[in-house]
Design a protein around this ligand. Structure first.
Ligand SMILES: Cc1ncc(COP(=O)(O)O)c(C=O)c1O
Length: 374
């Protein structure tokens, strides 16, 4: 980890605020999704804060992420969305009270049973069903063989879940998926599988389709204060991450001189430029070259030339700036703001990718109740 005056500030109060906003809007219990290191924000600190606030179920993508949380003090149930290698289940058997693996194929059950034997019953599982994503989930034609194996090995089942494909598009496919889910829920229940936790909703579904949100919702992006949809704005969400750096060098660039690799920017007049010690190896997208902007003392300053691996250049001509001045890459400076959404739009991606790509080279600092910690 490298200091160099660059920090991703993670506001835990805002995170807890967003969780409450979601809970109050959909009036359902909330299972925060903290995979990919909480979309780049830091899964351990945020999950622990949420757990202290009373949230008792979480979700991650990989079993190693769940184990990491447990080793760092989480005592909640953690659903693992993705594939768990049977040897991982065996390795983490001591955490079986907390880890909830997902069943999405008969193959997985057979594999896991052949390695774990009766120890497979130490885990409680959620079943995932494909209603429209055609991804990791059981398909209709597989359900009987899965039910048969669940019964044969006497597996402990907690939940039955699926995932909406278009809740952010606000379209009717949500209702088709919901109906399909309910039908299959009836079917597996009629076959003697009892389900205590029904869930389907990501952030967009939780906020826009609360009536189709079953027992608990699984929001990720909105918990970080970022908009889940470009179709409908959710007011009240508070961004959790701000990225701040500083000016480490000031240069005068003469008319006709060029800036950066491949000389993609040529000065058309005498310029004052500032060098910021952040580059694409920090997860700041290279596609922001010549297109993005930062905030210095509340003023927007354009990025000039190619973003390098560890640094970039911005235009500060005519601005009252000095060495060590704060530079905001994402966040607020005086009355102006740069959002992860703005960067995502320029890069032709989604806000999820912007924060989750910020690498560990940028140190995270956490703020809660005015106290700062790392
Ligand atoms: C199965 C599942 N549920 C919930 C989520 C959270 O989605 P969002 O971040 O859109 O709220 C994800 C994220 O990809 C997911 O894969």
């Amino acid at each position: 980890m490298n200091g160099r005056g660059t920090v991703a500030w993670v506001n835990i109060d805002n995170y807890l605020w967003n969780l409450e906003l979601i809970r109050n809007t959909c009036k359902k219990d909330v299972m925060p999704v903290v995979k990919a290191d909480a979309y780049g924000h830091g899964k351990i600190e945020l999950s622990k804060a949420a757990q202290n606030q009373g949230y008792s179920k979480f979700a991650v993508a990989f079993i190693s992420e769940a184990a990491d949380l447990i080793k760092n003090g989480l005592t909640s149930q953690i659903l693992v969305f993705g594939y768990c290698e049977p040897y991982e289940l065996k390795n983490y058997i001591e955490f079986s009270d907390y880890i909830v693996p997902t069943i999405f194929s008969a193959h997985f059950i057979e594999q896991a049973y052949s390695l774990l034997g009766k120890d497979i019953r130490k885990f409680v599982f959620d079943i995932k069903y494909n209603t429209g994503m055609s991804r990791v989930g059981i398909n209709d034609y597989e359900i009987d063989s899965v039910i048969e194996l669940i019964k044969k090995y006497n597996l402990r089942i907690r939940g039955f879940y699926s995932h909406y494909a278009t809740a952010d598009d606000l379209d009717d496919f949500v209702l088709i998926q919901y109906e399909k889910y309910l039908k299959m829920l009836d079917y597996i229940t009629s076959k003697g599988i009892s389900i205590s936790l029904r869930h389907m909703s990501n952030s967009a579904a939780a906020m826009f389709f609360p009536q189709n949100s079953l027992d608990i919702v699984r929001p990720g992006i909105a918990t970080y204060g970022l908009q889940p949809s470009s179709k409908k704005y959710i007011s009240g969400l508070k961004p959790v991450m701000e990225i701040k750096s500083k000016i480490i060098k000031l240069n005068t660039v003469e008319n006709g001189e060029t800036v950066g690799y491949s000389r993609t920017y040529t000065a058309k007049e005498k310029l004052q430029t500032a060098i910021i010690p952040v580059g694409y190896a920090d997860g700041y997208f290279r596609s922001l070259s010549n297109r993005g902007r930062v905030l210095i003392n509340g003023e927007y300053c354009n990025i000039l030339g190619r973003i390098s691996m560890d640094q970039m250049t911005v235009d500060v001509t005519g601005k009252n700036v000095a060495y060590d001045d704060e530079v905001v890459l994402i966040g607020q400076s005086k009355n102006n703001f740069i959002s992860a959404d703005e960067l995502a739009d320029i890069c032709g991606t989604i806000n999820y990718e912007i924060t989750s790509k910020i690498t560990s080279r940028i140190r995270r600092k956490y703020i809660k109740g005015g106290v700062i910690f790392e």
